[in-house]
Design a binder for this molecule. Sequence first.
Ligand SMILES: *[C@@H]1O[C@H](CO)[C@@H](O)[C@H](O)[C@H]1NC(C)=O
Ligand SMILES: *[C@@H]1O[C@H](CO)[C@@H](O)[C@H](O)[C@H]1NC(C)=O
Length: 366
Amino acid sequence: MERALAIMLLVTIVLAATTSGVIAMDIKHKDLASEDSLQELYERWYEHYSVTRDLDDKARRFKVFKENARMIHKFNQGDTPYKLSLNLFADMTDEEVHRAYGHCSNIKSDGRKHRRRHGPFRRDALVSRKGLPASVDWRRGPSAVTSVKLQGTYCGSCWAFAATAAVEGINFIRTRNLTSLSAQQLVDCDKGNGGCNGGFAKLGFKYIMQSGGIETEAKYPYVGHENGHCSVPKPNRNPVVTIDGYKQVVPNEVVALEQAVATQPVVVGVDSNSTALLRYGRGVFVGPCGTNLDHEMTVVGYGTSHEYKNPVRYWIVKNSWGTDWGENGYIRIARRLKGQPKGGICGILIDASYPVKFSRKGTMIS
Ligand SMILES: *[C@@H]1O[C@H](CO)[C@@H](O)[C@H](O)[C@H]1NC(C)=O
Ligand SMILES: *[C@@H]1O[C@H](CO)[C@@H](O)[C@H](O)[C@H]1NC(C)=O
């Protein structure tokens, strides 16, 4: 009895701590009132995210933090379907964040752009919108989506996490087994991609096909930098998860991406080089952002939000910037927004792809 009470108390404390943490990071007018209140806000943020900076750096970072806090507070007074937040990037400049976390796809090691090549296109006839479910969420029971990962400060491995998320999804759909797969294997072993210098999820799919499979995260864990060697034998005779191919979603067609996402999680390219995206907090993201794809994430569903004055349709997108960014690591990006660019918000419709995995009997269910 006493023990049950103690556990309940503990649960309450943990819950309270989590909730107050979130509330603490909402900026109020009075937080911006003076240098002291801003300093307090910075200290609260600093503890909340358990960051460590040396003292000189901290003074410089406080300056950046103040500017960000003012900008975010001002933006959040406006009328938009999404809000910005003092997320884990709050004391970094846009350029620092983009260099560290975005900028991981479509980039050659010398900083020049790769030509994006399209893979095999999906040949299925497009269904009409009416034939599709109104909403899809692959995280909902039983989940086809593993926990959100953190790519870390100086490894441009978004493409590897986007690829593993999509393979985890189709593997679960075919085998009912949800297992985190090794992004590190892609970073170390996939010579078609650039490791921490960036790459493309679809080349990652190609590697997984050709090398005979991918290991679990548990067996080949992520370290956030290149190991300098590949730790799986070639060919891998004991691969954990295999795929049979990959396909490209017809570009610039909302219904084509909806159809693909209704079938399984799908990798998308996006433009991450905007203040709004880097500082995204919650709600349905509508930009402003460009369509110059430099980041990859995985769409794990779509739906319609009624939190704003008018309904806003969205994609549910899993990122690899940890759970302290966005909505527990996810961003909802507007879908079918009036007047959106041809390539979709942040270019989300331009370059979508997904792995193909046959069912055990060797027939394709999709
Ligand atoms: C799921 O797959 C992993 C990796 O192959 C394996 O270790 C685990 O035992 C499987 N789980 C179940 C319940 O089959
Ligand atoms: C990101 O956007 C900024 C502002 O638009 C621009 O100056 C910068 O060159 C961009 N960075 C990259 C790597 O494209």
